[in-house]
Design a protein around this ligand. Structure first.
Ligand code: ATR
Length: 275
């Protein structure tokens, strides 16, 4: 049976490399493939999962929101993030989950030995990825989240979506990103840095060296913003761990298999050599 990553475009996705490695390792006869689809075929994909023609799918740009609107059964993460990146069958019903936030937080925990509980976090961006990650930061009881985004209205909508939680939420001007010393972690969820010459302007003068700068971009392996933080003596992390851990969570949903540390590390090594 097939599993797909669907989107438009999908040709750059590394998910097939990761999943096909694990499928082979666990002697599954399934094959994971990329599939570029149009919006009108999304309903058919849900039917195919329901009829056990395919195991499930991962969803990438631009359909995460569409599946949120199409599916009746959603995990609490998908509901809070208003986006779906994994579809799977449970008790004969097709469910939508969002594993972005779990993937991000697990990567932080496993790679950096870092827990978000009680932390003050600056999140850059208010797009789909930001929603998914913030949902999980709140689940894991972050103390405070400050959001900064170029388009103010999207930042406002994000804060409205997540208010009424114990985690405090606040905004910071995109034109003047100057985190205070209380900030423990900075997460870039924007696409700035995917092109080699792009850099986010962040004034680090107040920060203590405990602050970690984390980017969800994994190609290039080090964004310019990451490099500039490293030069100033801060620890940094790229997005490859998030990619692998969100994939591991999807694999668990499809097959009920908890992947080992070795499975994770090996998938990461394969991605690094393919990149
Ligand atoms: P994703 O689902 O990957 O998060 P998205 O929903 O398109 O994608 O969100 C992209 C994010 O990157 C947004 O926060 C976007 O800011 P806007 O809301 O102002 O569009 C941010 N972004 C992308 N390019 C940017 C740029 N050149 N400068 C500032 N922010 C940018």
């Amino acid at each position: 049976m097939k599993i797909y990553v669907i989107g438009k475009p999908v040709k750059h996705s590394m998910s097939p490399i990761i999943h096909n490695y694990w499928l082979k390792k666990y002697s599954k006869s399934h094959v994971y493939e990329k599939k570029e689809v149009c919006k009108d075929s999304l309903k058919k994909i849900i039917e195919q999962i329901k009829n056990k023609k395919i195991v499930g799918v991962n969803v990438t740009i631009p359909y995460k929101k569409d599946f949120y609107n199409l599916l009746e059964n959603l995990s609490s993460n998908a509901k809070k993030s208003k986006a779906v990146n994994t579809l799977y069958l449970k008790n004969d019903n097709v469910y939508g989950e969002n594993t972005d936030g779990i993937g991000y937080c697990e990567a932080l925990k496993q790679e950096m030995n870092y827990e978000v509980k009680g932390k003050n976090i600056l999140v850059l961006g208010s797009g789909g990825a930001s929603f998914g990650i913030i949902s999980e930061l709140i689940n894991r009881k972050a103390s405070k989240i400050i959001v900064s985004n170029r388009t103010k209205i999207r930042c406002h909508q994000l804060i409205e979506n997540f208010k009424n939680n114990k985690t405090k939420l606040d905004k910071m001007e995109w034109q003047k990103i100057e985190p205070s010393r209380e900030i423990d972690l900075i997460i870039n969820t924007t696409s700035i840095g995917m092109k080699e010459n792009e850099q986010i302007s962040i004034n680090t003068k107040n920060l203590e060296k405990k602050t970690i700068y984390s980017d969800i971009i994994y190609n290039p392996t080090k964004t310019r913003t990451m490099k500039s933080f490293e030069e100033k003596g801060f620890l940094t992390q790229n997005g490859l761990g998030m990619l692998i851990f969100q994939a591991a969570e999807a694999f668990r949903l499809w097959f009920g298999i908890n992947l080992t540390k070795q499975d994770i590390n090996e998938a990461k090594r394969i991605c690094e050599t393919t990149n």
